[in-house]
Design a protein around this ligand. Structure first.
Ligand code: FDA
Length: 425
């Protein structure tokens, strides 16, 4: 015997909860299923525990995906001030940080509590610890287009009991039917937070194609000599312009024990393909080539290391300058400018304004904030998020091939796609 709901949403994360409360407000009977033991785990860890829940300046340019136009409709129908309005109605204190990013003053828990309270107020049921065993489309019954079989995710205690008495504890399956099925399972980032590939599998089951997925908004790693240099500088942070052939970001860079991180690197990772070189302008406010050539004319007897130490004093941490010097221009560091060829000074200036590095990879899904790629958006309605192939089936949030920049854009996509879907399911 199956329980019947108007709408079943798989995934009690950001997009799933927003879709649920929107549909619930329309009087729909909504059930949200999640295999995790807690709803909204990623919301809780986001923004360093303060949840960068949206951004004042949301434009389609802040999103990547094979179809650049797909996100436009939902983002314009659900602008960030809609979510800000809800946050204010719930009296959640928040503040703006640089680039229009909005964070909770106190805790990300405030956002999750708000979403769960809104869901509860309109009768949305949330069932956790629920494993989805199968999803099947049923023919000829508009009210019950889908049947789901689920079982309870076993706790440690259950597993032990099953071990001790294998015959007595059979997993009990439950059946659910629904008119609309929403896949809100997110991406693969941070498996310990409940991430799984179920959304991609369901998409394929119903004939959808996937654009290649990869970890994104993620630090870079390095294995060669550069890796050693970077690791030795762990802890240093400075503002840079990080770029590749397609895009540039003027943001802080952070050296870590594993590689390069900080907002500049995370943003660039959205646009990085394996094997590509990245460029880091360590002194974005100074044309170092011009400075060195001018200095050669005016103070030709000065040692290059003195010039660099003087001119980079406030802009470049001393430890970084020394490390770069040892690696990149050790042979000329004690020479007077007059004795260094212009070509070498140009090479040095160019390096400081565009240090070329080839990451060996990224830290991967273990630490990535998002998964880029996913369900092909050409096969989903941008107005409703409904599948082009299966009536009543919807995809929202990160499972789709829509990835935002760092700065609250991924949550804004989750709310907006959840909203437009919740309006029609
Ligand atoms: P989300 O991941 O939120 O939810 C998916 C849900 O589906 C989860 O509850 C999961 O348990 C469930 N699920 C998965 N597989 C299942 C299965 N097989 N069966 C049942 N349920 C299943 N963004 C931003 O805008 N601002 C920020 O500050 C941050 N910070 C941040 C920090 C960190 C550390 C991470 C990892 C990510 C961020 N993000 C972020 C990104 C943001 O968290 C993310 O883009 C959204 O949560 C995506 O919302 P979704 O609803 O698509 O997936």
């Amino acid at each position: 015997m199956s329980s019947h709901f108007d709408v079943i949403i798989i995934g009690a994360g950001a997009s799933g909860l927003y879709c649920a409360l929107t549909a619930g407000r329309r009087g729909r009977r909504v059930l949200v299923l999640d295999h995790a033991n807690k709803a909204g785990k990623k919301i809780l860890i986001s923004g360093g525990g303060r949840c960068n829940f949206t951004n004042y300046f949301v434009e389609p340019e802040h999103f990547i995906g094979a179809n650049q136009h797909f996100c436009k409709s939902a983002l314009s129908r659900y602008p960030s001030w809609e979510f800000i309005g809800m946050v204010e109605r719930h009296k959640i204190p928040y503040h703006e940080r640089e680039h229009g990013q909005l964070f909770c003053d106190d805790s990300a828990q405030d956002i999750l509590t708000m979403l769960l309270n809104e869901c509860a107020a309109v009768g949305v049921q949330v069932r956790l610890n629920t494993q989805i065993d199968s999803v099947q489309a049923l023919e000829n019954d508009k009210k019950s287009r889908f049947q789901l079989l689920t079982s309870r995710v076993l706790s440690k205690k259950d597993k032990q009991e099953q071990k001790d008495a294998p015959k007595q504890t059979k997993p009990v399956q439950s059946g659910f039917r629904c008119e609309s099925l929403v896949v809100a399972t997110g991406g693969l980032s941070i498996p310990t937070m409940g991430a799984s590939g179920l959304g991609y599998e369901l998409a394929q089951q119903f004939g959808h194609q996937l654009n290649p997925i990869d970890a994104s908004l993620v630090p870079f790693t390095f294995t060669d000599k550069t890796g050693e240099l970077i690791r030795a500088l762990a802890g240093i942070s400075l503002p840079v312009i990080a770029s590749n052939e397609r895009i540039s970001f003027r943001l802080p860079l952070l050296f870590t024990h594993r590689g390069l991180s900080g907002p500049a690197m995370l943003q660039l990772s959205n646009y990085w393909q394996t094997g590509e070189t990245i460029s880091i302008n360590l002194l974005p406010d100074t044309d170092m080539t011009q400075l060195l050539l001018d200095h050669k004319n005016s103070h030709s007897r000065q040692l290059i290391r003195t010039v660099l130490a003087d001119y980079t004093d406030s802009a470049l941490p001393k430890k970084l300058l020394v490390a770069l010097q040892t690696t990149l221009w050790d042979d000329i560091k004690d020479k007077e400018l007059a004795n260094i060829k212009d070509e070498r000074l140009i090479e040095l200036g160019t390096t400081l304004n565009g240090w070329l590095l080839k990451p060996s990879g990224t830290e991967g899904y273990r630490t990535a904030e998002v998964t880029r790629g996913g369900v092909k958006t050409d096969e989903v309605s941008s107005k409703t998020m409904q599948s082009n192939y299966q009536e009543g089936l919807y995809f929202i949030g990160e499972v789709l091939d829509v990835t935002g920049w760092l700065g609250g854009y991924n949550f804004q996509w989750a709310w907006a796609s959840g909203f437009v879907c919740g309006e029609v399911v």
